[in-house]
Design a protein around this ligand. Sequence first.
Ligand code: GSH
Length: 218
Amino acid sequence: MKLVNSTPSAFGRKVAIALKEKNIAFEMIMDVPWNDRTIVPQHSPLQQLPILVTDEGENIYDSMYILEWLERRHPEPALLPKDVDGALAVKRLQLLSERLMEVIVLVVFEEQREHPSAAWTERQRRKLGGGIAEVARLVGTRVPAAGEPITYADIATASALTWFDFMLSNGLFAQVPEARWRQQYPNLVAYVDALEARPSFAGTRPVMFQVDLPAVVH
Ligand SMILES: N[C@@H](CCC(=O)N[C@@H](CS)C(=O)NCC(=O)O)C(=O)O
């Protein structure tokens, strides 16, 4: 299989981690969806990555659907509990973390506009603050030990929070103190650091690329 991804993408990183946790061999194709020579439109009508291209040439797109597809096509080792309550709890935290990633994208692009809307950014900041507080509540005292089975909620949550760190360290959304979760939630620090020590996470950390974001927005 091939994974069309980009080096900083947390959406793509979720898929790469899941593939590694499931011991599925894949080739990574790095792309920049805003560049003229992007291959993304050839594989997805949504023109977004990540895209998983199967050996049969089928295009599987949108990270959430790719994870669903992986779990059904490659059920072992499971990344979703088999019991209904466990599966719903995982889905809830997974969804929350994935939505917070989308909120951050809205903030980043708004900041690139010539006249950013303070009201719009303020609204996204409220979602982020409340959302991360809820993530911290749902995670509680969970700290997965090395080699312990993990879930899509763990993958999405650590990918999202590590992405916020990564963007802050690259100077993006400096005006969003809500994104500084490490200073507010020691339980999340213990949880994320334990996950980031796993080989599947350590080998897929986000890396910055050169892209002219203001040009993308205008
Ligand atoms: N809902 C999508 C979001 C993916 C996404 O935002 N991908 C970005 C790169 S990280 C992209 O391809 N952006 C190009 C665009 O939106 O036109 C998913 O989960 O796969």
